[in-house]
Design a protein around this ligand. Structure first.
Ligand code: FES
Ligand SMILES: [Fe+2]
Length: 353
């Protein structure tokens, strides 16, 4: 049966869920190619916590709470940009190096004051094949152990080589779990996505047994389609590392809690989910391509972008209708079909974790 309505409507359950599922797990923050050089940065709002993700002078990734150690002021407001070698608080000018150490604090003349006692509060950061992950909890397990066999499974897509071409941000009036649930079944595809349904067989998903850290599987093409695009035509070379078998499928994996990873024969699409309230989720969708393709004069991405933007909007609309219906006093949990077993596994992970 589906979860009781309070999992989608109760702000207190939402807070507790965010505590366990977002602040105590590795979450995907974006891509390393967004900040290639020392001082490049972006901000992420992780369920209300503003986090600065940057690179220090050595080029190492660093992440900090956006909180000054003097009187707590949020320091940085532009969503992305470049620090000129330092992070400076706009209130009294305390200044931090890109590794978070406090290097300038005017008027702190007290002999007992030691700058080394006041570095920025660090957030754990780790990298997987070009994806930046953050952990806001204490003593996290290494990221690799949470990713389990995924690092090996997806090595041939060489995700670290791919580069961002397009980003779209959606504000969806639905609980974040409804987005995950919707992503992990294609029973709705014939009804909701006529364009998508022409390219893949909605009953043809080859799902893996669910794990505590991810759920997903692959789908093959049909009708001569070679990728997910407006007409199924592939306008880019296959990603260079793929086997003949891997060229014939799309992998759809929900990596808990917030990364939906869609690997195509010729590009990668990522969704990251950012819960804003019990009934609101910001979704960042990005399309990443191989640089050798991007460099070609006839490179196009529109066919992939337009196709998935249409599909996204169909999905977000139905998720909003699901949120509205589940919020009704009349809602009671309904039965899952045997083909919705990944969803049941996700619900179990949510109510168990
Ligand atoms: S609060 Fe940041 S310098 Fe005072
Ligand atoms: Fe869908």
């Amino acid at each position: 049966m589906t979860l009781p309505g309070r999992y989608y409507t109760d702000p207190e359950i939402f807070r507790a869920e965010v505590e366990r599922f977002y602040f105590d797990r590795w979450i995907c923050a974006g891509r390393a190619d967004a900040i290639p050089n020392p001082g490049d940065y972006f901000l992420r709002d992780v369920c209300g916590e503003s986090v600065i993700v940057t690179r220090d002078q050595q080029g190492a990734l660093q992440a900090f709470y956006n909180v000054c150690r003097h009187r707590g002021t949020r320091m940085c407001t532009a969503p992305q940009g470049v620090f000129a070698g330092r992070i400076r608080c706009p209130y009294h000018g305390w200044t931090y190096a890109l590794d978070g150490s406090l290097v300038g604090a005017a008027h702190m003349d007290d002999a007992s004051f030691r700058a080394r006692d006041y570095p920025l509060h660090a957030v754990q950061v780790a990298l997987w094949d070009g994806h930046i992950f953050l952990h806001l909890g204490r003593d996290p397990q290494p990221l690799e152990s949470r990713l389990a066999d995924l690092t090996e499974k997806f090595a041939s897509w060489r995700m670290h080589e791919l580069r961002l071409c397009k980003r779209m941000v959606y504000d969806v009036k639905a609980n974040w779990k409804l987005i995950v649930l919707n992503y992990n079944e294609c029973l709705h595809c014939p009804v909701l996505h006529p364009a998508l349904n022409r390219l893949t067989d909605y009953l043809g998903a080859d799902n893996e047994p669910p794990t505590p850290d991810y759920i997903g599987g692959a789908m093959g093409f049909r009708g001569g389609a070679e990728t997910m695009s407006t007409d199924g035509i592939r306008r880019r070379a296959y990603l260079p590392g793929l086997s003949a078998h891997q060229r014939q499928m799309v992998c759809y994996y929900a990596i808990y809690p917030n990364l939906l990873l869609s690997l195509h024969p010729d590009y990668m699409m990522t969704h990251t989910l950012w819960p804003r309230a019990v009934d609101r989720t910001e979704i960042v969708c990005e399309w990443h391509f191989h640089p050798a393709e991007i460099a070609k004069p006839d490179f196009v991405a529109d066919d992939a972008v337009e196709f998935w933007d249409l599909t996204n909007r169909e999905d977000w609309h139905i998720a909003e209708l699901a949120q509205a219906g589940i919020s009704s006093r009349a809602y009671t949990p309904g039965p899952y079909s045997p083909r919705e077993s990944l969803l049941r596994a996700f619900d179990e992970a949510i109510s168990r974790d």
